[in-house]
Design a protein. Structure first.
Ligand code: IPD
Ligand code: CA
Ligand code: CA
Length: 266
């Protein structure tokens, strides 16, 4: 049986991401019916349309792979190979016609993310990474920023959809880091936040309450661009850990400690 190489898999994933991106651009400003998955957690008809195209494309090429997709959930439960799909990261932005959203697809072999593709269709920006082979934006190598200190850094964060029920430390973190950095953005697409850290446009990103499809592709893109990814409360990182800290590496420890300190403020 033909065993696909990673480059071949990447071209299928890019094709799926571009098709989904075309749907997102075409429907932008007319997202279709909007449903609530929670008080402030939206899903549009376009989320589902884009996801269906991605799943059909991936399954046509790799029928025996598992797929974890945000709206459809997990398909399959035994394969050593899995795709992880967020068809539209930034749904709240999309539903308001705010231009900050993307498609995010990762592939995983035996639990390790091997490839990440993130496509921002309005700017036609395609972020790609293969484990051990670097990260690229539209084919050009990506590198993180040279900022050495929080004081010189532009940061970004996001807030979980259940913030009304469980504020957690999200607001404490935001309040503290707004005073310690040059600014804290809140853009509304975790996958793009990670790409912007990889591209050196931002120096660090943290967020609580994220799911595997929000961070699978982007975390690889950051590390392949030379950055660091961990949890806030320890040094490891797992897709199911529900939190992320991603930086250019140079400010990682300073930001991690600042967040930990902020979390202790009563
Ligand atoms: C959301 C975005 C947002 C983040 C949320 C995510 P979605 O994903 O990444 O930036 O703050 O926590 O759930 O719902 O737009 O795919
Ligand atoms: Ca998402
Ligand atoms: Ca989504």
């Amino acid at each position: 049986m033909h065993k696909p190489g990673i480059i071949e898999i990447q071209s299928v994933v890019i094709n799926a991401a571009r098709q989904a991106g075309e749907i997102l651009s075409r429907n932008w400003g007319q997202a279709g019916r909007i449903e609530h998955k929670g008080a402030i957690n939206l899903v549009t008809e376009t989320d589902r349309l884009a996801e269906a195209v991605i799943i059909n494309t991936l399954q046509a090429h790799y029928p025996d792979w598992d797929i974890l997709a945000e709206e459809a959930g997990q398909k399959g439960n035994n394969a050593e190979n899995r795709f992880i799909v967020d068809p539209l990261d930034g749904t709240t932005n999309y539903a308001h016609a705010y231009p900050c959203f993307c498609v995010s697809i990762a592939s995983e072999q035996q639990g390790v993310v091997s490839l990440g593709v993130i496509y921002e269709p309005l700017l036609n920006e395609l972020y790609t990474a293969i484990k051990g082979q670097g990260a690229y934006l539209n084919g050009k190598p990506l590198g993180v920023s040279p900022a050495k200190y929080l004081n010189d850094s532009l940061l970004v964060t996001g807030f979980p959809y259940d913030i009304r029920e469980h504020t957690g430390n999200s607001l404490k973190y935001f309040n503290r880091l707004a005073l310690l950095s040059q600014g804290v953005r809140r853009d509304g697409s975790a996958a793009l936040d990670l790409c912007y850290v990889a591209a050196g446009r931002l120096d660090g990103f943290w967020e609580l309450g994220l799911c595997p499809w929000d961070v699978a592709a982007g975390s690889l893109i950051v590390t392949e661009a030379g950055g660091s990814v961990s949890h806030i409360d320890d040094t490891g990182f797992s897709l199911t850990g529900k939190q992320i800290l991603a930086t250019n590496g140079l400010i990682h420890e300073e930001l991690r400690q600042a967040l930990q300190q902020a979390g202790k403020i009563t």
